[in-house]
Ligand binder design. Structure first.
Ligand code: G3H
Ligand code: 13P
Ligand code: ZN
Length: 305
């Protein structure tokens, strides 16, 4: 496995972005790895603390190591939204090649302090570090209300990077986690992103980047899902963010929606089916289609042999 720094530095230099796909179980990992091979793309496999709670750190780490060992394309194993030093240490010990410390709910000084400590720990293991400045709204283990969201200040970003030495910075420019990102017209603060890019050459990350594609929502809804008002980031916005220097793009919601739609379809149309492989197998294929689409959209398809 390689580090996010390695994957992202190449992407940043060549002007594309790499998808960071959240996994909680085998099927999502298979979807990502099969897409890596078929699209000849690098990929970042992300695991959150709640994924660890669900599946167990050893299981997740071992699965990703096996998967990465089977392919020739670059794959990293990344802790997404690590909230404390303890989970970071556990992941580094389990062989993660990259960790995110998300202390964005703390004060600037406390964020600097915790991030610096994580940078120190990660350096000992040769792993890379992502931190977050500003606050994204939406669904996470501890959700941030829309009113509490804070966009990243470019001047503070520069100072933060200088004081911590992080490899990558997650910026808040109007995206949010989950399937309900906008009530009205989708709008991101590209001007802010441009100013952040001018102030620092840290690798940039966009969280909350799912597009919530209409076709996935329609399919899930057709088979009984209730997703009214679901809205994501338009694909043109993703392209623009990439052109402004974002080199890692986080995707979870679109995989969840694809999984849900496919499982609902099987259960609704094959009522006598009770083989789990025939139920989650199509869900894996649906997620793979999503991952492949992201790799093409982000420009990472064809970048790895
Ligand atoms: O920020 C990442 C997620 O989309 C939330 O994931 O439910 O595994 O914490 P989680
Ligand atoms: P989405 O909810 O838009 O997929 O964002 C996922 C994410 O940012 C994971 O860290
Ligand atoms: Zn996120």
């Amino acid at each position: 496995m390689v580090t996010n720094r390695e994957i992202m530095s190449v992407a940043a230099a060549e002007g594309y972005a790499v998808g960071a796909f959240n996994i909680n179980h085998l099927e999502t990992l298979l979807a990502v790895v099969e897409a890596v091979v078929e699209e000849r793309s690098p990929a970042i496999v992300s695991v959150t603390p709640s994924a660890i709670k669900y599946a167990g750190l050893e299981y997740l780490a071992a699965m990703v190591k096996v998967a990465a060992g089977k392919v020739s394309q670059p794959v990293s194993l990344h802790l997404d939204h690590g909230k404390d030093v303890d989970v970071v240490i556990r992941c580094l010990d389990a062989g993660f090649t990259s960790v995110m410390i998300d202390a964005s709910n703390l004060s600037f000084e406390e964020n600097v302090e915790m991030t610096s400590r994580v940078v120190e720990l990660a350096r000992e293991k040769g792993a890379s570090v992502e931190a977050e400045l500003g606050k994204l709204a939406g669904v996470e283990e501890s959700s941030v209300e829309e009113k509490d969201a804070v966009l990243t200040d470019p001047v503070a970003a520069k100072k933060f990077v200088e004081q911590t030495g992080v490899d990558a910075l997650a910026v808040a420019i109007g995206t949010s986690h989950g399937a309900y990102k906008f009530k009205g017209v989708p709008k991101l603060d590209f001007d802010r992103l441009g100013r952040i890019r001018e102030k620092t050459d840290v690798l940039l990350v966009l969280h909350g980047a799912s597009s919530v594609p209409a076709w996935i929502v329609e399919k899930a809804t057709k088979y009984g899902a209730e997703l009214s008002g679901a809205r994501g980031i338009p694909e043109e916005h993703i392209k623009r963010a990439t052109s402004l220097g974002v080199s890692k793009i986080n995707i979870d919601t679109d995989l969840r929606l694809a999984f849900t739609g496919a499982v609902r379809e099987v259960l609704a149309t094959s009522r006598s089916q009770y083989d789990p492989r025939k139920i989650v197998g199509p869900a894996k294929d649906a997620m793979k289609m999503v991952v492949k689409g992201k790799m093409r959209l982000f420009g990472s398809a064809g970048k790895a042999t």
